[in-house]
Design a protein around this ligand. Structure first.
Ligand code: SF4
Length: 207
């Protein structure tokens, strides 16, 4: 792809294969990036949010590829390499998590009416969209609490092996590398959060 872009920049003709490679990316740019030009934009926006569970407090974390602010509406963009997964609900869950994180962040700062999440599979140019009203996101807090509570080794037999569908360990990009035995070998390979909500939970560096 870099070679094809380089040829394009030099005004050289592209092969059919190179054209086929760049066309979905160009269409994606026209549809999802250029369309929002002029709006405030946040890229690679990382967050940590404390969450209280019945037995403990945890910190959930994530990184949003890009989001735009259009007054009281937000637009999340996420790009995926590879083919759409066999379980489409996987990315739906991720988008709901991102929408919830943005809603949490804006609570007490600026009221948000709705969040639209869009994610594109770059290799295929396939775009998915989901719309969240702010009131729907209120209920997501208890969903995350229930989900994470099921991973409590004190009450459940559960050995986590966090990894992508391609088998890459999530420990590589986890914020808890310093604290977690499994993550120590990857320590230093993640970036710090842009936003760390501290009000509802403990301060991570002091853990
Ligand atoms: S470093 Fe620890 S907490 Fe982070 S993903 Fe790996 S096993 Fe989970």
């Amino acid at each position: 792809m870099h070679r094809a872009l380089d040829k394009l920049a030099q005004g050289l003709p592209l092969s059919q294969a190179e054209e086929a490679l760049l066309t979905p990316i160009y269409n994606f740019y026209q549809t999802l990036v250029a369309a929002y030009a002029g709006l405030p934009v946040y890229s690679e926006w990382a967050f940590t949010i404390p969450l209280s569970l019945p037995r403990e407090r945890v910190i959930v974390t994530g990184r949003i590829d890009r989001w735009y602010q259009n007054n009281d509406r937000l637009i999340v963009l996420d790009w995926k390499s590879g083919a759409p997964p066999r379980q489409p609900q996987t990315h739906l869950l991720q988008m709901r998590f991102y929408a919830w994180a943005l809603w949490q962040y804006h609570r007490g700062r600026q009221p948000i009416q709705a969040i639209e999440a869009q994610w594109v599979y770059l290799d295929h140019g396939h775009i998915e969209r989901v719309h969240f009203e702010a009131h729907e996101l209120e209920g997501a807090t208890s969903d995350w609490q229930d989900l994470i509570s099921q991973m409590d080794p004190n009450t459940h037999q559960f050995v986590p092996q966090p990894q992508t569908f391609a088998g890459v360990p999530w420990c590589q990009q986890c914020h808890f590398q310093q604290l977690c035995p499994e993550g120590k070998q990857y320590h230093g390979r993640h970036e710090e959060s842009d936003v760390a909500l501290q009000a509802a939970g403990p301060d991570l560096p002091r853990l």
